[in-house]
Write a protein that binds this ligand. Structure first.
Ligand SMILES: Nc1ncnc2c1ncn2[C@@H]1O[C@H](COP(=O)(O)OP(=O)(O)OP(=O)(O)O)[C@@H](O)[C@H]1O
Ligand SMILES: Cc1cn([C@H]2C[C@H](O)[C@@H](COP(=O)(O)O)O2)c(=O)[nH]c1=O
Length: 186
């Protein structure tokens, strides 16, 4: 989340998808190529382009971004190995070159919940997304790469076993974002 407080300016916040509008169709090629390297370059470039786009919008309000560089790094540490991704991260000086958010909201769920939600979708399982999530512990990968940054993390567990509704999770998320951005602890 980029900006100041969420509830104070909620009506003034814009939600972005991490992939540029112009690149949405190109994404279908990533789906069909099944190349880890192409996926890395595609998402990385989109993350940098989105960083640039969001930088120009912050004057007029908050920005909430659905996925960003953190997803690219986490998923790629699984697909291409941690060492390879860390080398690219350091060589490109990513932490200094990309716009970073005030807070990361890490929305997670246990394996059982993830699998039942993927099943409840339209039936397609992305090789670079859903399949990676189903066969690996993406949470561990995220926690590893979060250590490469100094950004407050808000963790929201949406697992069925927690018994919270979508609305309750949303409220919890907003309360915790406000708390962190107003100087409290996460
Ligand atoms: N208690 C809950 N809290 C949050 N989400 C819930 C809950 N129960 C069901 N859901 C559902 O989980 C789904 C989350 O799906 P969504 O596709 O947004 O996940 P995602 O992690 O953003 O997936 P993607 O891999 O596409 O980024 C939504 O359909 C939402 O309604
Ligand atoms: C936007 C974006 C996505 N990814 C990867 C990791 C995700 O599991 C899949 C699917 O994303 P979506 O939420 O369904 O759009 O794509 C990524 O690695 N980096 C990104 O920036």
């Amino acid at each position: 989340m980029f900006g100041q407080t969420l509830t104070a300016k909620e009506r003034n916040s814009v939600v972005h998808s991490a992939v540029m509008v112009e690149a949405q169709e190109l994404r279908n090629v990533i789906d069909s190529y099944q190349s880890k390297e192409s996926a890395l370059l595609f998402f990385l470039l989109n993350n940098f382009l989105k960083s640039h786009e969001v930088s120009g919008e912050l004057e007029s309000g908050d920005v909430i971004l659905d996925r960003y560089i953190f997803s690219t790094l986490a998923y790629q540490t699984i697909m291409l190995e941690e060492d390879t991704v860390k080398k690219i991260f350091d060589a490109l000086n990513i932490a200094k070159k990309i716009l970073l958010p005030d807070v990361i909201v890490f929305v997670k769920a246990d394996a059982e919940t993830i699998n039942s939600r993927i099943e409840a979708r339209d039936g397609t399982v992305q090789w670079y997304g859903d399949a990676v999530t189903q066969n690996n512990c993406v949470e561990t990968a995220y926690k590893k790469i979060f250590q490469w940054f100094d950004i407050p993390i808000i963790e929201i567990d949406t697992s069925e076993k927690c018994g919270r509704s979508v609305e309750e999770n949303y409220q919890l998320m907003k309360d915790r974002i406000d708390c962190v951005l107003s100087g409290g602890s996460n």
